[in-house]
Design a protein around this ligand. Structure first.
Ligand SMILES: [Zn+2]
Length: 152
């Protein structure tokens, strides 16, 4: 699952009462959907929960949901897979503030920089910027310019 190596995967489970509890420290990663015209399937949210120093529970939700348990090295792999990319607008972003990351979660190599709106020039975070894959894949809009983009 998620390309985490077998050696770092402890077990897999269904997302039900077996693996849902919210009283543990957790980190959350979300799919960064910048084009409102695209309906995303697959997984949209991933929660990582501390159980012991070498056992972490990963819950995922979306069109597909479930959970799995991984080792501490597995948490490093997960971080590399989802957060260490170099795209200007990453497909996945950390929902947990960097400053709120627990010790057991490795800090991502790169924090995405804000993106400039093509229309008004304002700087918008990568989770707020809007794109139009079908109209113009290169265009970048802040949320308000996105709404009025036809009136350029
Ligand atoms: Zn704008």
């Amino acid at each position: 699952m998620f390309n985490i190596s077998e050696i770092n995967t402890i077990e897999r489970g269904e997302l039900d009462t077996q693996c849902t509890s919210d009283d543990q420290p957790s980190v959350s990663i979300s799919r960064n959907q910048t084009d409102p015209s695209i309906i995303e399937d697959g997984i949209v949210n991933i929660g990582i929960f501390y159980e012991t120093d070498d056992r972490f529970r990963v819950e995922y939700w979306g069109y597909m949901s479930g959970c799995l348990w991984i080792t501490s090295d597995g948490v490093h792999e997960l971080k590399q897979i989802f957060l260490d990319n170099t795209e200007k607008i990453p497909r996945w972003t950390l929902s947990t503030e960097i400053t709120d990351l627990p010790d057991w979660f490795p800090t991502p190599e790169k924090i995405p920089s804000p993106v400039t709106c093509d229309k008004c020039g304002s700087e918008v975070s990568v989770t707020e910027i809007k794109t139009t894959a079908f109209e113009d894949p290169e265009a970048r809009f802040c949320p308000s310019c996105y709404l009025f983009r036809d009136q350029l």
